[in-house]
Design a protein around this ligand. Structure first.
Ligand SMILES: *[C@@H]1O[C@H](CO)[C@@H](O)[C@H](O)[C@H]1NC(C)=O
Ligand SMILES: *[C@@H]1O[C@H](CO)[C@@H](O)[C@H](O)[C@H]1NC(C)=O
Ligand SMILES: *[C@@H]1O[C@H](CO)[C@@H](O)[C@H](O)[C@H]1NC(C)=O
Ligand SMILES: *[C@@H]1O[C@H](CO)[C@@H](O)[C@H](O)[C@H]1NC(C)=O
Ligand SMILES: *[C@@H]1O[C@H](CO)[C@@H](O)[C@H](O)[C@H]1NC(C)=O
Ligand SMILES: *[C@@H]1O[C@H](CO)[C@@H](O)[C@H](O)[C@H]1NC(C)=O
Ligand SMILES: *[C@@H]1O[C@H](CO)[C@@H](O)[C@H](O)[C@H]1NC(C)=O
Length: 854
């Protein structure tokens, strides 16, 4: 639907499709006594579109329309998608007998093989003709009457899977005609597929993507400018979007203002809505927009009263005044059960909370009144008990009109720097309780604030506010603990962006440091985990990390998680372990794997993490088949992500954490190949005793260990920096540091990189799987950063904040690297197997190694 802005900026790259003058030979019209045989075609006047028989599978024959001048054959319409015919010399496509539709006929026996519906069954045209227009519309009309309102039949009324410019998606209510897109079954089979894109005209109209009868995605209602859920949509000089909603019709359509741009919206056979534009330079279709494109686009991802935000972690959050309905599922990152009100509405003194930057909730159960002001809208919603929220109906010119929601609010999402205002109804006591935070000691000051904050923005409702306030007073005096009914921590989870100004300003006063946080990390029963992992069977095993085995499973119908069963030699008591885990659970960063629960029972210590779709970096980076997934952009993104995660561990988190085992197998990749550091904090759980009590034991992995650490057991942030440097060089080269020898000079990756760098041949290090698309500047910058990090002397290595700065600046001034820490070459590479572990799971020898101090 959108992409117009992008489209505009890419204009110069776009096609200049030559427009031919109408050529005398090309035929765009047939009369009632004429027909198109299977070896003939019809072309529109300017040769833009062509109609004829085609066979996508060499067995079934269809009549379709495609772009005549686009070599990559693209069908925009199929007549008989569910009624294919066999090719024979007698099969033809023509106007039907009554002159008001089209048919496929076997001329030999006059058998009608397929016929289109008759939209104007009662008409009896004198001289009907069928014409293929330059916009791709096949029309049947009275010869000599070209007015579109008089068409007897048109293909635009029966779309296949493609919306072309000028085509209407939606309803002609007078005829009961619903024009919607329906996918092909497969790319080779045009028959009706499972996915449809349809307008629901009830309430405040919007468009839904359906998989059979399941809603997959919705556009959000048209707010006068765009669909509420497509913030990137914007009419521009190249493209215009139209939405019409009145008594006769409800439809969406788009128009291209520049004649030589070819654009189409289509539902592909696996259920993705896509806007493509033809790029003549590359002779290919380029995708400008698609949906659903992220998790928050999935319909009702966060359930009733929840809202989704891709930039948050977890992405689901409850609207203020609501709490998760199913806390356990919620904690397992399954938000679909949504949220429930903390305090029921009492229907007389309820107020509204402004949510900013929202995709409006699902809107079929709404009442729209274009004549009402926003102020009246609030009053109307306040008066009606079942009204749950309201918004302005048309924001194209300030705020106009009124939409009121009835029933649960579904499928909201928050956009950073986009979206629109939505007002959700909350019980006055909740609003007062939130508002009350502003001035906890002086309730009389709170009143003025409250009237503005909680209830409304207009003076006319002061009375209502007063009632609310008095009600609240009464409740609080009856129940002095009323404030405490709100779960602790809920206030801290306040949705900053959702609050209006005054509450935000209260945050300062309500310092989170005052209250010691309760352990919010859910505890799981060992039995449930054992059951879910089929008693820790190999079948469920994802791999063996340094500190135990990892299994993939679903615990009690929750989402898929990764379960790490720690080996039993951590040397820690239960309480100590719990404390450490609580600390670690509070480390939250988009580049750290989220800990979502734990289990401490009997001798077992188990950590439950979010599941990472692409597993570990090493499984992709060092795989011949998968490494090409990592183009330069992704590799750079991974390097920067790891750097940010590490910086957070070192400096930004509440506790200074040194990872001590940073390596490719400890970097996990999510569905979008974003890197997340795992096993951080393990050093706290495992390492403390070992390193502090026994300096002879070193935790780490050969190839990643800084020399001073491997040799003397001395570690600091700078040893993590060293490991990071190794990782950077590995990501660039696609080669493991261990086991990489260059030709006959037995250099490891570090030595090899250093040599190339000194010889000015740094780019040769780059993995060939990256392909040709990369920024030379970025690659060289990363190599230099990598080499700076692996320098032999601790003091020479940069701290992570400088690393992040160097990576993120275009032309940073960087020191020249000195020679890398070489001591980890082949010479000392002997697999140590002296680690002692219990029998249940052998800890990966490569990871945890013990060296005697040399
Ligand atoms: C169709 O009919 C028109 C007159 O109505 C006639 O001029 C034309 O030759 C006919 N075409 C064919 C193919 O029979
Ligand atoms: C159908 O068959 C005829 C000859 O048998 C051939 O000329 C024509 O191109 C075929 N049509 C299609 C769409 O392949
Ligand atoms: C014709 O209309 C009927 C009923 O509306 C519908 O079921 C059928 O699929 C339509 N046929 C075509 C070819 O569009
Ligand atoms: C929204 O408001 C604009 C400007 O006031 C107006 O042009 C447009 O027609 C309105 N849209 C709808 C759907 O009412
Ligand atoms: C449909 O589009 C999605 C997203 O771009 C893509 O992953 C999928 O492979 C496409 N399906 C087909 C059949 O091309
Ligand atoms: C509330 O609004 C709904 C929808 O317009 C309506 O059906 C219902 O009667 C209203 N209730 C009251 C008490 O006004
Ligand atoms: C909910 O959203 C607010 C505002 O963005 C945020 O501060 C809070 O951390 C979120 N809660 C959770 C559990 O993510």
């Amino acid at each position: 639907m959108s992409g117009a802005a992008a489209l505009h900026s890419c204009f110069t790259f776009l096609a200049i499709i030559t427009f031919f003058a109408a050529s005398a030979t090309s035929l765009d019209t047939i009369a009632a006594n004429e027909s198109i045989a299977s070896d003939q075609t019809l072309a529109s006047a300017n040769d833009v579109f062509q109609l004829g028989f085609f066979t996508p599978d060499n067995a079934n024959y269809y009549v379709g329309i495609w772009y005549k001048n686009i070599p990559d054959r693209t069908y925009v319409w199929v007549a008989n998608r569910d009624g294919p015919v066999a090719n024979s010399s007698t099969v033809v496509f023509k106007i039907g007998d009554k002159g008001n539709n089209v048919v496929i006929l076997d001329q030999a026996n006059k058998n009608i093989l397929w016929s289109s519906n008759q939209t104007r069954a009662n008409s009896s045209p004198v001289n009907p003709v069928a014409q293929l227009l330059d916009n791709g519309n096949l029309v049947v009309r009275e010869a000599g009457d070209e007015s579109s309102s008089d068409y007897l039949w048109q293909s635009f009324d029966f779309p296949t899977d493609t919306l072309l410019p000028e085509m209407k998606l939606g309803w002609d209510l007078t005829q009961g005609l619903d024009r919607f897109l329906n996918s092909w079954k497969t790319p080779q089979d045009p028959s009706s597929g499972d996915f449809s894109f349809k307008i629901d005209y009830h309430g405040y109209p919007e468009v839904f993507l359906w998989d059979k009868s399941t809603k997959l995605y919705r556009s959000g209602p048209w707010n006068g400018i765009r669909f509420s859920g497509v913030p990137e949509m914007q009419s521009s000089s190249t493209m215009d979007f139209t939405f019409v909603s009145d008594q006769q019709q409800v439809y969406y359509s788009f128009e291209v203002n520049t004649p030589n741009i070819i654009s189409r919206l289509t539902v592909n056979s696996t259920g993705t809505l896509q806007r493509y534009t033809w790029v003549e330079d590359s002779k290919s279709w380029s995708m400008f927009w698609e949906a659903p494109k992220d998790q928050c686009d999935h319909f009702s991802e966060c359930g009733p009263y929840g809202f989704c935000d891709t930039n948050a972690s977890p992405i689901c959050n409850c609207t203020r005044g609501f709490s998760p309905k199913n806390l356990q599922a919620w904690n397992l990152r399954d938000g679909s059960a949504g949220c429930v009100r903390r305090t029921e509405l009492d229907c007389s003194s309820d107020g509204f909370l402004l949510l900013k930057g929202m995709k409006l909730p699902e809107s079929s159960n709404t009442v729209v009144d274009m004549a009402m002001s926003l102020d009246d809208c609030r009053k109307g919603c306040a008066k009606n008990c079942s009204c749950t929220g309201y918004s302005s109906a048309n924001i194209s010119n300030g705020e106009a009109g009124c939409v009121m929601w009835f029933g649960e609010l579904l499928d909201m999402r928050h956009y950073v720097g986009a979206g629109q205002d939505f007002y959700v109804k909350l019980s006055a006591s909740d609003i007062v309780a939130f508002g009350g935070l502003v001035t906890q000691n002086s309730s009389s000051n709170g009143l003025g604030t409250l009237a503005i904050v909680g209830i409304a923005a207009g003076g006319s409702v002061l009375l209502l506010a007063l009632t609310a306030f008095l009600m609240w007073k009464r409740k609080t005096s009856l129940n002095p603990h009323i404030r405490n009914t709100e779960p602790q921590g809920a206030r801290e989870r306040s949705q900053d962006f959702l609050l209006n100004e005054v509450v935000i300003s209260s945050k300062r006063e309500y310092s989170r440091e005052n209250k010691p946080e309760e352990l919010e990390l859910p505890l799981f029963a060992f039995n449930a985990i054992a059951l879910a992992t089929k008693n820790f069977s190999d079948e469920n095993k994802l791999g063996q990390g340094g500190f135990g085995c990892v299994y993939e499973c679903r615990i009690e119908e929750g989402p898929v998680v990764a379960v790490k069963r720690l080996s039993k030699n951590s040397g820690q008591g239960m309480e100590e372990f719990k404390n450490e885990v609580q600390l670690i659970a509070r480390l939250q960063h988009r580049n750290l794997v989220r800990l979502i629960g734990c289990c401490v029972e009997m001798d077992e210590k188990i950590l439950i993490y979010e599941y990472m779709e692409h597993k570990s970096l090493d499984s992709v980076l060092f795989s011949k088949t998968k490494s090409s997934m990592l183009n330069w952009e992704r590799r750079f993104n991974i390097i920067c992500g790891i750097a940010r995660g590490l910086l957070y561990l070192h400096q930004d988190s509440r506790f200074r954490i040194i990872h001590r085992d940073l390596k490719a197998s400890n970097i996990l990749l999510d569905g979008e190949l974003n890197p997340k550091i795992s096993d951080f904090g393990m050093a706290r759980i495992f390492g403390r005793d070992q390193v502090e009590a026994n300096t002879k034991r070193v935790v780490g992995t050969y190839g990643y260990m800084a020399p001073e650490y491997a040799m003397d057991g001395q570690f600091s942030e700078k040893s993590d920096v060293f490991s990071f440097g190794v990782l950077v060089l590995e990501i660039i080269s696609g080669k493991k540091n261990r086991g990489f020898y260059y030709a006959n000079n037995e250099l490891n990756l570090l030595g090899h990189s250093w040599k190339l760098w000194k010889e000015g041949k740094g780019l040769e290090l780059l993995d060939t799987a990256v392909g040709d698309a990369y920024s030379m500047n970025e690659v060289l910058r990363c190599i230099q950063v990598g080499l700076l990090c692996v320098q032999e002397h601790v003091d020479d290595r940069p701290v992570m904040s400088s690393v992040v700065l160097m990576l993120s600046s275009e032309n940073p001034t960087m020191p020249h690297p000195k020679n890398p820490g070489f001591c980890l070459g082949r010479a000392i590479e002997t697999d140590s197997s002296s680690s002692k572990h219990d029998g249940t799971c052998t800890v990966n020898q490569v990871t945890v190694t013990m060296l005697d101090a040399r």
